[in-house]
Design a protein around this ligand. Sequence first.
Ligand SMILES: *Cc1c(COP(=O)(O)O)cnc(C)c1O
Length: 492
Amino acid sequence: MDDAGHMTPDEFRHRGAQLVERIARYMEEVERYPVLSRAEPGSVRARLPDAAPERGEPFADVLRDIDEVILPGLTHWQSPNFFAYFPANASGPSILGDLLAAGLGVQGMIWATSPACTELETHVLDWLVDLLGLPQGFRSGAAGGGVIQDSASSSTLTALIAARERASGGAANRHGVGRGSGPGDAAARRLTVYISRHAHSSVEKGVKIAGLGRDNLRLVEVDGSHAMDPAALEAAIAADRAAGAVPAMVCATVGTTSSGAVDPLRPIGEICRRAGVWLHVDAAHAGSATICPEHRGLIDGVELADSYTFNPHKWLLTNFDCSCFWVADRAALIDALSVLPEYLRNRATDSGAVIDYRDWQVPLGRRFRALKLWFVIRHYGAEGLRAHVRHCVALAAWFAAQVEESAEFELAAPVSVGLVCFRHRAGDALTEALMNRLNETGALYLTHTRLDDRLVLRLAVGAPATRRAHVEAAWTRIVETAEALAEETRSA
Ligand SMILES: *Cc1c(COP(=O)(O)O)cnc(C)c1O
């Protein structure tokens, strides 16, 4: 400790090495922990002192509490047996990039507060446009550009605000939503937003935050594969327009959270173009797959989109938080979000030659998130990233094949990239009991959804440590546990 109580660089060197060692050991041991935490509500807090320490404590004590208090209260997202929700990838290069971002302690709200923070972000997002097969118009050299947000929820909220301003001709920002200055004012009219029933809850949340009103959110009918029906979308837009509303945005999902359904971007995009409606694409999970050319079909028609988001923090080996967001027309975004107080004025901003990312997001301040993504892309190369996706897709396909061949189980939706939806043929009660029993064992963790009003289990393959043997063991355990439950039911 120095005379101000700070950790000296030398102490940091020593403690840092200890902590990195602890993380490496966690990576080696994570498979041995019960995947779903067994902590009871309040049990973690019960082990923490009521008051914060008055005097500083030894770092060794903190490390000890990591093992004794924190780890038992974790669900192990990096376990090879984690198949719940969607994955939240972590990787060595990403952890190191995040550590470096913390170590440099930069706040990159505008270009001038750290030019490298902004320029690396712009550059890596331009790289990703090519790596993922996204439209050239999303590149910063064209009219568009990309930015890293904390989450897909924020990306979608940002898109909603830009779409709101475009649809209201800027009136919503000036007068508020639904408070036009005169009867002919666009802001006096309701703005409507369209999603499928299976779109992520973050769109509804964004509609609430953006002040558009949940009554103006339309749930468009889906087809047999749970994807948005373009004809139903077109009819809904026409009906709203006839009723005097202004259709503002369609959010299409590529890879729904429930079942991985893919809303068809091309026909939806054509409808949006004809109707002058902003098309936002939420590809939070499945978007990582388009790094493989064989999965580009998922985003056929994406050149018709006004904005697009996907999360490297789900499936592209980058630690939370890292959600990439692109717009085709950055001026629309900046017009909607820019406010320039005197204390942020500077020559670079005034020259118009730089990007100030504060105008691309809700908060002002921002972390140097591009570092971890840059580390990941440079460590794995495009080849390594494709191999990760292909490995997971193949394991999910293997699992789906077992389900299809089984007499007891059936697929509940078309298999999507890395996600299998299945259920026990005996019905919801057994399917639910099976999930609970499996998760209680700690040997694996999977979650559920409802499709066509039936309970469905989701197996999402995406944790970097997952190997074929883990998916095989999961299938064996699922089959054996279901047999045991069926036997218990019979003898009851
Ligand atoms: C996970 C998910 C989200 C939310 O992602 P956050 O980054 O946690 O906000 C949004 N949409 C879809 C389709 C998702 O799967």
